[in-house]
Design a protein around this ligand. Sequence first.
Ligand code: ZN
Length: 193
Amino acid sequence: MVELDDGGVLVCSIQMYGTVFVFMDGELDNKYYHLAKTKPQPTSDAFDRAYFETLLTNGYDKLSAKAFLATEQRIPGLGNGVLQDILFKARIHPKRKMGTLSWKEIDVLFRSVKDTLFEMTKLGGRDTEKDLFGKSGGYLTVLTKNAMGKPCPICTTEIQKAAYLGGAIYWCPGCQPIVDTERQTILKGKTGF
Ligand SMILES: [Zn+2]
């Protein structure tokens, strides 16, 4: 809780773990703050298809989709909470290696990052979270802890859950299959990875 000079307070509660950074005006000596300020926000025009491709740096093909999108501050602000629906809508399994994605699937993933985050922002956040005034967001989250074991809204396959890279992942085995090694080899041949 931060007490303000005018008697007001700002309260922040975090599930699982998290950090609140408070900076003096002009202070920039923090990695996360600096990255968040210098990299384009996914909902901005600067975060376009060409920019997304610059994130496909050396070794990206060996990263899983979750590791690529939600670690190393590659896309500041994109964390585990929003990741599940982004990958569900792109029909990509969180553990799938990036190198197995075709260029068409990279396009779909890019669009899903933009569209899903835009929709969440426009609707005041996810319905699983509350804003500073205690009001739940208007975005109806598809993959939440409540979805586990329930039928997928698209194909009715049972939604699965697992612990992976420091947080729970949820996916539909029908819509987001893990690609087999044969297909990985085929794609590698086609794209030159
Ligand atoms: Zn499904």
